[in-house]
Design a protein around this ligand. Structure first.
Ligand code: PHE
Length: 342
């Protein structure tokens, strides 16, 4: 075949092949086939060695023209393919800013947390500081130092989970009272929220629950101060119209001891289902710190007096939100929890 024919054939081949090309990737492959180092046009160039010298300049021209022609063809197609591909990409990646976004369901505070935060903010407003003690306590802090030595019948008031002879899961945040008094001189005004444990389980009791303890020790503190502070607290938590009353009770670490009721915030004291017809709802235990407890912590009971109070956070949450089964507060059921979203 003479060279002109060969060139014609190659040109035809290239034109036909270019027709088929749909992407710049396959274009590149084709380009290598003709223009690459081992490509067909390069092979022709290499053959120049066999061409008689007098024909070489002419042959060189012809081959260069072919190469240029081929390069142009490829470049042109490459440009238009690239443009097409870019257009396609833009179309695919187009963002419609008017499409409504996916809303992620937001979380909400657990009712216990809501109540705890509310209590903390009320008491913080009265100048209480927060103290958090350990959940695993030893017998001394949980009982003995709280005037409840071994064999004291009051130990039966709380069914205790013992870990060892001496270590237990604290049954009351009152244990924190001792830790604070051992480490701080009066005046003391602390609030101690935390989880406590008792072997107790029914609709209104759970083996794990939360308490909030308060302790005030200073010169001249009386039961009247306790009553005044609780009045204020009850109004802030349950509403301006509620009243409080103290009923005599017993705790080994307070003397006198009281149970504190608020007038029913549901019926205003007339009697309803919430207050079981009595007009009053019990909310916490309290009392004047027993002198023996003060003495045990190195606080002189002739110089200082104090009051303490402790309440169950779940109980307050159940009262405030009308929850009838304490289990709801521990199951983590989203259908229940999402009702507390503001
Ligand atoms: N610790 C008592 C309880 O768990 C509550 C309480 C605290 C009573 C402080 C008096 C003073 O039942």
């Amino acid at each position: 075949m003479d060279i002109q024919e060969k060139i014609k054939a190659i040109e035809k081949q290239i034109e036909a092949a270019l027709q088929e090309i749909k992407s710049s990737k396959s274009l590149l492959e084709l380009k290598m086939r003709f223009l690459g180092k081992t490509g067909e046009i390069s092979a022709l160039m290499k053959n120049m060695r066999d061409v008689p010298p007098e024909q070489r300049p002419n042959m060189g021209k012809i081959l260069n023209a072919l190469r240029q022609w081929t390069e142009e063809k490829f470049d042109n197609l490459e440009k238009s393919l690239k443009q097409l591909e870019l257009k396609k990409r833009y179309a695919e990646e187009k963002i419609d800013v008017t499409v409504p976004g996916h809303r992620l369901p937001g979380g909400a505070f657990h009712p216990n947390t809501l109540i705890k935060n509310e209590l903390v903010s009320v008491f913080a407003g009265m100048g209480f500081e927060i103290f958090e003690g350990p959940e695993i306590e030893n017998d001394y802090y949980n009982f003995t130092a709280l005037n409840t030595p071994a064999d004291h019948p009051a130990r039966d008031m709380q069914d205790t989970f013992y870990l060892t002879e001496n270590l237990l899961l604290r049954t009351q945040t009152s244990a924190g009272q001792i830790r604070v008094m051992e480490n701080k001189k009066p005046p003391i005004k602390i609030l101690s929220p935390g989880v406590v444990y008792r072997s107790d389980d029914d609709a209104t009791h759970s083996p794990m629950f939360s308490q909030m303890e308060g302790l005030v020790v200073d010169k001249g503190i009386t039961l009247c101060d306790l009553k005044g502070m609780l009045d204020e607290f009850a109004k802030k938590i349950f509403g301006e119209n509620v009243k409080t009353r103290l009923r005599p009770s017993y705790f080994p670490f307070t003397e006198p001891s009281v149970e504190v009721d608020v007038s029913c915030f549901e019926c205003g004291g007339k009697g309803c289902r919430l207050c079981k017809g009595t007009g009053w709802i019990e909310i916490l235990g309290a009392g004047m710190v027993n002198r023996r407890v003060l003495e045990g912590c190195g606080v002189d009971p002739d110089e200082y007096t104090g009051f303490a109070f402790g309440m169950g956070i779940e109980r307050i949450a159940m009262l405030k939100y009308g929850i009838n089964n304490m289990k709801l507060l521990f199951e983590g059921d989203v259908r229940f929890l999402k009702q507390f979203k503001d």
